[in-house]
Write a protein of this length. Structure first.
Length: 137
């Protein structure tokens, strides 16, 4: 990756470079805006896992703006859902129900998007600090 021009990098590589650029500044809080936009599902999970692992290693908290409800549930300990700039949900990932998602995003069949309590992913990173995730509609 070191010998490639920025415009030759894949989406996932670009996200990793952006994360590295942010971390080199030794922030006290990591602000991450749409880290998985335009990425395939596997790379999206890798990027979210990377952010979580780096935050845990460095003792950082992160605020992640992401619209992928399932990824938010998989990787965040706290989710803040916004609609038109107002907080409509602030709580644990397992409390983000279909009704709450409808309030945030509008009417939709959320049955395949919302993670059920029994659908835990053994490969997700756990954070020792809160990682709020905002969903702005």
């Amino acid at each position: 990756m070191l010998d490639k021009r920025a415009d030759e990098l894949s989406g996932g590589q670009r996200q990793r470079v952006g994360i590295a650029r942010a971390l080199i500044q030794n922030p006290q809080l990591l602000l991450v805006d749409e880290p998985t936009a335009s990425l395939d599902p596997k790379t999206s999970r890798q990027i979210m896992r990377l952010v979580c692992e780096l935050c845990e290693e460095r003792g950082l908290s992160a605020v992640i703006n992401i619209h992928d409800v399932l990824l938010a549930q998989m990787f965040a300990q706290r989710i803040v859902g916004l609609r038109l700039g107002e907080v409509v949900y602030d709580g644990a990932p397992d409390g983000l129900t279909a009704d709450v998602s409808t309030e945030i995003y509008g009417e939709e069949d959320w049955s395949q998007t919302i993670q059920k309590d029994d659908e835990s992913d053994e490969n997700t990173a756990e954070l020792s600090k809160d990682v709020p995730v905002t969903n702005a509609a």
